[in-house]
Design a protein around this ligand. Structure first.
Ligand code: NAP
Ligand code: L37
Length: 292
């Protein structure tokens, strides 16, 4: 292995410790616990796992949480009613609607409804608009891209002037990651399912952020020697040696890429824990903003 491993679990733990300390200070000062409301619709096992992890993190950091688990068949109107009541609630500082929603629901209308001061996922159109504009700051940076950039910075990777390639253009990861990198003065190429010669484009990358959801698609010989590789993908791969019958792998073939890259994040233990840590940071920020 030549690459330096970026330990997302450890860095997430450090971020969480900082948040826990700030939360304890606030509580001593007499403020209410920063409180996150999570909204989960339907029975996707992965979504339920992530929402549970987010709830657990709140408890561990001394923050409050309230959880809403709604049936998959819920109507748009009912869901909107819940969001509106959470917007009004003085006890809730952050609102997180776990995506994807069942297909009969209008995701855009739901996200647009979340009060901007409580939008800890940073997915509201106003927030993304600010992220995209020069000289403006979003209220909240979307958690997964925020965590990805934080890992690069902690590892000491220079973003300014770097050629960055982002694989994927989703609202949750690829697009906001690209906007953040542009804001930090990288030269950014965004790839998607219609990109021609993906390996050739990736070979130009000093920084690679992979978020396509394709098991180990990025091969070692696509990586520029010394590049920093942030693997956002979470895919399950059959593995007979595991009790569950599978294991989690990223969008990058780790064993190959680690021999070429300068820095690399593992899956699990890379970006995943950072997503949760940054959500905790955003929830604390929401409570601070609402106090003013
Ligand atoms: P998504 O909404 O499915 O978007 C996938 C993106 O990848 C799309 O832009 C798609 O292109 C592009 N793509 C798909 N196949 C491709 C191919 N063969 N070549 C080039 N581009 C391709 O996914 P997402 O929500 O962004 O998530 C991506 C991955 O990150 C998933 O594995 C997900 O589980 C993981 N994830 C991890 C975290 C974390 O905290 N670690 C958080 C969120 C997501 P088109 O736009 O052309 O369709
Ligand atoms: N903020 N995040 C936000 N909003 C959403 O709507 N879908 C979604 C979202 N995605 C999300 O929460 N993803 C996510 C993915 C992985 C982890 C956490 C969140 C995570 O903790 N991954 C661990 C492994 C977990 C496991 O073993 O299942 C990891 O180490 O990667």
């Amino acid at each position: 292995m030549t690459a330096q491993l970026i330990d997302g679990k450890l860095i997430a733990q450090q971020v969480r410790a900082g948040v826990a300390e700030a939360v304890a200070r606030r509580v001593l000062e007499g403020f209410a616990k920063p409180t996150l409301a999570t909204v989960l619709v339907g029975d996707r096992v992965d979504s339920a796992t992530y929402v549970n992890a987010k709830q657990k993190a709140c408890a561990e950091l001394g923050m409050g949480s309230v959880s809403y688990h709604l049936p998959a068949e819920i109507s748009q109107e009912e869901l909107e009613k819940l969001i509106k009541s959470l917007n009004r609630s003085k006890k809730v500082h952050g609102i997180l609607v776990q995506l994807p929603l069942p297909s009969h629901l209008n995701e855009e209308r739901v996200l647009q409804l979340i009060s901007i001061e409580k939008d800890v996922d940073g997915f509201s159109p106003i927030n993304i608009g600010r992220l995209a504009q020069k000289g403006r700051e979003p209220l909240f940076v979307p958690c997964t891209p925020f965590g990805s950039i934080y890992l690069l910075e902690q590892a000491g990777v220079k973003i300014e002037g770097a050629n960055a390639v982002v694989l994927g253009r989703s609202n949750i990861v690829g697009m906001p990651a690209a906007l953040l990198l542009i804001g930090k003065n990288a030269t950014v190429t965004v790839c998607h399912s219609r990109t021609k010669d993906l390996p050739g484009v990736v070979r130009q990358a000093d920084i690679l952020i992979a978020a396509i959801g394709k098991t180990e698609m990025v091969r070692g010989d696509w990586i520029k020697p010394g590049a920093a590789v942030i693997d956002v993908g979470i895919n399950s791969k059959p593995d007979a040696s595991k009790k569950s019958g599978y294991r989690l792998v990223g969008d990058v073939n780790f064993d190959e890429a680690k021999e070429v890259a300068g820095f690399i994040t593992p899956v699990p233990g890379g970006v995943g824990p950072m997503t949760i840590a940054m959500l905790m940071k955003n929830t604390l920020r929401a409570a601070e903003l609402q106090q003013k």
